[in-house]
Ligand binder design. Structure first.
Ligand SMILES: Cc1cc2nc3c(=O)[nH]c(=O)nc-3n(C[C@H](O)[C@H](O)[C@H](O)COP(=O)(O)O)c2cc1C
Length: 164
């Protein structure tokens, strides 16, 4: 949230979604409907997120590390980004979007770095967004632990400024 709060303080309008709170959410169904329609055709609580991402200038994504991977909640939404790729697998979303990535984990950041690299590959590689910052932070076992870490908060603010 600190990244978004800084961007907001600099004048950006922010929309926040917590995937865990969605009641009706599905992963990609591999229907390939998006390759005909130009967008994901699955209709559920993830659809407005995808619509907002398409309209947004910039995005911030965040996940905890679970068993060495991005959380299932994040992965469910990430697969739905398939609808942002046309039939030739080039992006059908506007060019020039910036993205920031956050991965937190309980222990050291070894596994989290790999997960962050995979998220960068999806957003920066496939969707051609500009990755303006990636925070990978270990030792975050307690809920909201990052908020009491001054160094992480400074890092977040610096990234937020780049998104404003
Ligand atoms: C199911 C589960 C699996 C986890 N797996 C890992 C792991 O593989 N490596 C690690 O360092 N931390 C692991 N953790 C710790 C979480 O990454 C850590 O608690 C997370 O940063 C909390 O973020 P949150 O406060 O946003 O939920 C795991 C936690 C849970 C609940």
């Amino acid at each position: 949230m600190a990244i978004a709060n800084e961007a907001k303080a600099k004048g950006s309008t922010i929309k926040e979604y917590r995937i865990n709170s969605l009641k009706n959410a599905k992963g990609c169904q591999s229907c390939y409907g998006c390759k005909k329609a130009g967008k994901c055709v699955v209709k559920d609580d993830i659809s407005p997120i995808l619509d907002d991402m398409r309209a947004a200038d910039n995005i911030i994504v965040a996940t905890p590390l679970y068993f060495g991977h991005a959380s299932a909640q994040y992965r469910m939404v990430e697969d739905r980004f398939f609808g942002f790729l046309g039939g030739d697998f080039t992006p059908n979303i506007a060019a020039g979007k910036k993205a920031a990535i956050v991965v937190t984990c309980g222990s050291s950041i070894d596994g989290a770095n790999k997960t962050a690299a995979e998220m960068q590959a999806a957003l920066g590689g496939f969707l051609k967004m500009e990755i303006v910052g990636t925070i990978v932070k270990g030792g975050m076992m307690a809920p909201n632990a990052a908020e009491s870490d001054a160094a992480v908060m400074e890092e977040a603010k610096a990234i937020g400024k780049k998104l404003a």
